[in-house]
Write a protein that binds this ligand. Structure first.
Ligand SMILES: [Cu+2]
Length: 247
């Protein structure tokens, strides 16, 4: 699961990537990491404010129910290194005018939202997820703070991979839960268009239950995006942003 031998373009890997031997192992590890994420972070006091998670009184129970490590008796003894799980690759993304709907209900397109030279951070999430996405969204929430004054020059997009459930109203409530500022917008639309956007980023995993934590960083108007798979710290995300803006 080191990045060196695996740093190929992800654009065409889709599900086969997840099902191939080595990556299967990676996916399993990641799932274990995921099921332990929120409690581990709380226990380790890694500086994450998990207030948004705590607001959901059922979050803890859901997370144990959602435990994807299943019957592995050792799963809960693992101590995942959150940073080690982050896999960094570069992906080329061809942007299309794929229709999207914003959290305020207004219509837009992917090309329009990513037009110009503004540095961009993009993630795929769905609001009813109790494992991966709350952590991703918490990282983005903190990223806003770590960006400081730079936030004004950045746009952050969270695109729903469950658009049929994630109405604009649900996205707006979700964005408030994570204290999203005006620069951080959430998007839904039709399932077909969500899939098209996921495919454009090489992020499509066939089913939302198979999704992995993915974040993308663009220095502004570039074809090539940094893909971060796993749970980077907000500082890591901001460092990628700064490097991409420079580079
Ligand atoms: Cu999720």
């Amino acid at each position: 699961m080191e990045s060196s031998s695996d740093s190929r373009t992800i654009a065409h890997c889709g599900i086969s990537k997840i099902n191939s031997g080595k990556n299967m192992k990676f996916a399993t590890l990641l799932q274990r990491a995921v099921c332990l994420t929120a409690p581990s972070l709380l226990a380790l006091g890694m500086g994450f404010s998990l207030g948004a998670l705590a607001q959901d009184e059922h979050a803890g129970h859901d997370m144990s129910k959602m435990d994807m490590s299943g019957d592995d008796p050792h799963a809960h003894h693992a101590h995942p290194d959150m940073n080690a799980a982050v896999r960094r690759t570069m992906v080329d993304v061809a942007l299309a005018a794929t229709p999207m709907v914003k959290q305020d209900g207004s219509k837009t397109t992917l090309a329009k939202e990513l037009d110009g030279k503004k540095p961009t951070i993009l993630a795929f999430i769905y609001t009813s997820c109790t494992t991966v996405c709350p952590v991703t969204s918490q990282i983005l929430s903190r990223t806003q703070d770590v960006l400081g004054a730079d936030l004004a020059n950045v746009r952050i997009l969270s695109v729903s991979i469950d658009p049929e459930y994630d109405t604009p109203e649900r996205l707006l409530a979700y964005s408030k839960k994570f204290d999203a500022k005006a620069q951080w917008q959430h998007y839904t639309g039709t399932l077909a268009n969500s899939v098209a956007i996921q495919k454009a980023f090489g992020a499509y995993r066939g089913d939302k239950m198979n999704h992995v934590p993915l974040m993308f960083v663009n220095g502004g108007g570039k074809k090539s995006w940094v893909q971060l798979e796993g749970f980077p710290s907000a500082e890591q995300v901001v460092k990628e942003y700064r490097d991409q803006v420079k580079g």
